[in-house]
Design a protein around this ligand. Structure first.
Ligand SMILES: [Zn+2]
Length: 113
């Protein structure tokens, strides 16, 4: 499962940053193009973190909508619900993704000891 391997990456990052301190909440920014289902990710996290030092920590997701910029006409388009990599203005396919590919652990809240 896609989400399960993502959880593995999160665990790795968080474990390194927390360096042994108990973690309460993990803030994550995830782009639309990552095609992550938030509920599934949270569910997988609970399984993946069980019986590890991160057991009991919570994921807090912030979803970033996908946006592209056209290299031909410089127009910026929101991809919306059905991501198609074409410029809204000129239908050009020479586009650059500006946002939507994020996958960042933005902050950790440590648990009170
Ligand atoms: Zn264009």
């Amino acid at each position: 499962m896609h989400e399960l391997s993502i959880c593995g990456s999160i665990a790795e990052i968080v474990t390194r940053r927390a360096s042994g301190r108990p973690v309460d909440t993990i803030h994550i920014r995830v782009g639309q193009l990552r095609q992550v289902v938030p509920d599934t990710l949270v569910y997988c996290w609970n399984i993946a973190s069980a019986d590890t030092p991160l057991d009991g920590s919570r994921l807090e997701l912030e979803e970033i909508p996908a946006r592209i910029k056209c290299r031909s006409c410089d127009a910026v388009s929101d991809l919306g619900e059905h991501p198609i990599m074409l410029c809204d203005t000129c239908d050009g396919a020479d586009v650059e993704v500006i946002t939507g590919q994020e996958f960042i652990v933005t902050a950790l809240e440590l648990a009170e000891v």
